[in-house]
Write a protein that binds this ligand. Structure first.
Ligand code: NAD
Ligand code: UDP
Length: 316
């Protein structure tokens, strides 16, 4: 659907990443001008190669830990490595990206009076002591563990967003994104869906960490993008935080079995040690998103997994 007459100039930080590239594509499709900012830390040119010829699309290689001067109407702040392997590789840089990056993007939003959306995360709930998690829960986060650079960085970014809103009247939106999957996930990011699909396609052992009883709730990327855009376009007084993700929960062992079945793989399941601070269960309560955004995920896990499998078949 084109948006002639209502077109905006929209900044997407982390636009060459997995979620960012789908967001850039959708915003262009709606007729907007998109400025994609990325330092290519985990993002890849291949993710946005098909957008480069579009005259409404612009790429800037830039690290958001440094100030940025562009004129835009809206900002989606997605820049940040998201998989444990990547965010733990250089944990100090991860916190800097979340915190300095947020300060720079909020400063930009303040100067140009842009509406700004933060890609926060279910990790702000840590290893949750309540289940399912709703937005009123303050979380159970280890402040000094291996995941803390990401979890605490994102928590501090939320604080900054709310303080810029209270102190400077900025128009903010804070989205708590839960596990998302689909085409363009990084093949080496160590996340469970990419790992299992690649292992299954290559008939290698499927590495379940722990006994596989830990749970996650996986949202297909197209559904997530729909929710982010609805949230950005929602009334000014709905600022979040709002959970965006799928409420349908599955254990990691069941996920392994499903992927073996869908790929008709000969892989066997092997058990490896559970990483430290790995959350035992995770499932979003999405009543707020349903009520305020009229949104809930539509894609069934099997259908989304089939699309992700097709993607990985083509690249590995
Ligand atoms: P990704 O790693 O594919 O994308 C992140 C992008 O940010 C990459 O293109 C990377 O190069 C870029 N980047 C990193 N540091 C940067 C910096 N300092 N300056 C500029 N660019 C930088 O990850 P993703 O899965 O697409 O996640 C996007 C956002 O959504 C992240 O903020 C992440 O925390 C959040 N999120 C993702 C999930 C998920 O399941 N994928 C869940 C919760 C939250
Ligand atoms: N996991 C697993 N095998 C893998 C990769 C991950 O069993 O090869 C588990 C991991 O321990 C966690 C879950 O799958 O319990 C989801 O991991 P992921 O890194 O995808 O996301 P996050 O832990 O950040 O939700």
């Amino acid at each position: 659907m084109k948006n002639y007459g209502l077109a905006k100039r929209i900044l997407v930080t982390g636009g060459a990443g997995f979620i960012g590239s789908h967001l850039c594509e959708k915003l262009l499709d709606e007729g907007h001008e998109v400025v994609c900012v990325d330092n290519f830390y985990t993002g890849r040119r291949a993710n946005i190669a098909h957008l480069v010829a579009n005259p409404m699309f612009e790429i800037l290689r830039h690290d958001i830990c440094f100030p940025l001067y562009v004129e835009v109407d809206e900002i989606y702040n997605l820049a940040c490595p998201a998989s444990p392997i990547h965010y733990q590789f250089d944990p100090v840089q991860t916190t800097k990206t979340s915190v300095h990056g947020a300060i720079n993007m909020l400063g930009l939003a303040k100067r140009v009076k842009a509406r700004i959306l933060q890609a926060s995360t279910s990790e702000v709930y840590g290893d949750p002591a309540v289940h399912p998690q709703d937005e009123s829960y303050w979380g159970n986060v280890n402040p000094i563990g291996l995941r803390s650079c990401y979890d605490e960085g994102k928590r501090c970014a939320e604080t900054l967003f709310f303080d810029y809103h209270r102190q400077h009247k900025l128009k903010i939106k804070v989205a708590r994104i839960f596990n998302t999957y689909g085409p363009r996930m990084h093949p080496n990011d160590g996340r469970v869906i990419s790992n299992f699909i690649i292992q299954a396609l290559q008939n290698q052992n499927i590495t379940v960490y722990g006994d596989g009883s830990q749970t996650r709730s996986f949202c297909y990327v197209d559904d997530l993008i729909d929710s982010l855009i609805r949230f950005m376009n929602s009334p000014d007084d709905f600022i979040g935080p709002v959970n965006l993700g799928s409420p349908s929960e599955i254990s990691i062992l069941e996920l392994a079995q499903k992927i073996i079945e869908l790929t008709e793989s000969k892989s066997e399941i092997v058990y490896e040690p559970l990483p430290k601070d790995d959350p035992h269960q995770r499932q979003p309560a999405i009543d707020l998103a349903k009520r305020q955004l009229g949104w809930e995920p539509k894609t069934k896990l099997e259908d989304g997994l089939r699309k992700a499998i097709e993607y990985f078949k083509a690249i590995v």
